[in-house]
Design a protein around this ligand. Sequence first.
Ligand code: PXG
Length: 290
Amino acid sequence: MKIYLNGKFVEKEQARVSVFDHGLLYGDGAFEGIRSYNGLVFRLKEHIDRLYETLHTLMIAMPIDRKKMMGLVVETLKKNKLKDAYIRLIVTRGEGDLGLDPKKCYGKPGIIIIADKIKLYPEEFYQKGMEIITVPTIRNCAEAINPRLKSLNYLNNILAKIEASNSGYLEAIMLDPQGYVAECTGDNIFMVKNNILSTPSQGRLEGITRDAVLQLAKQRKIEVSERLITRHEVYVADECFLTGTAAEIIPVVKVDGRVIGNGKPGGLTQAIMKSFRYLTKKDGVKYQVS
Ligand code: PXG
């Protein structure tokens, strides 16, 4: 496996970062999880834009522009001869002296691109739907670390993931500090009631898959509402599903022990799953693997 690390491609075993990297010391940096489908990087530009927006707020000045970064992602895929892959792009504040202050860093961000095979949820979940729970750890709020920042500081969601896993679930709903549904640990959430598709308007990551689903829904003339959502509304919804780069679109049939709708993946969910699959075949940056 060839990994892009600070300007060169190196073998996995040689891909090492300094113990003085502020990404490691403080979680000071940003990341993206991107996916390619049959030689097409899904919405690469949108992922790179989101990354650079996070970096802008973190005040990490990038030595390369967005176009060059897109090129490097594609090059990493080609070097590894991967047509269907999961790409993990990481930018750290870089090496520095000890101490929180970014000024202690030497001004050279660490850039890492890993391209690996994608691990999927079992196919059964996509056909029968999955069960999730709400966990006690609340999602970061805009007043603290804005959840729109895809930073290396993911402990908030990791604690929630541990809580889900301790109870035997793979994914969990996180609430915002006011008790509204925010999102899941690594996925956005949608619900359908009376043919209206709703999703939380705030307190969550601006998911690329979420965006794609909203576009697909609008194209299909489905009524869409971005608003505050309570757990009760999810419990009594007709349908529920999650969206994310890794999960794609996955139906949810039980939340906190409450059956959603008829306990099977809903019709609108299935229609959107189908449209999304089609979209991944045409929407992205094309590349050739020799
Ligand atoms: N919410 C959170 C908190 C996320 O981390 C999403 C929603 C979905 O966003 P996208 O843009 O992917 O539709 C995410 C994405 C991983 C991994 O390695 C995590 C994500 C994506 C890909 C891989 O665990 N999170």
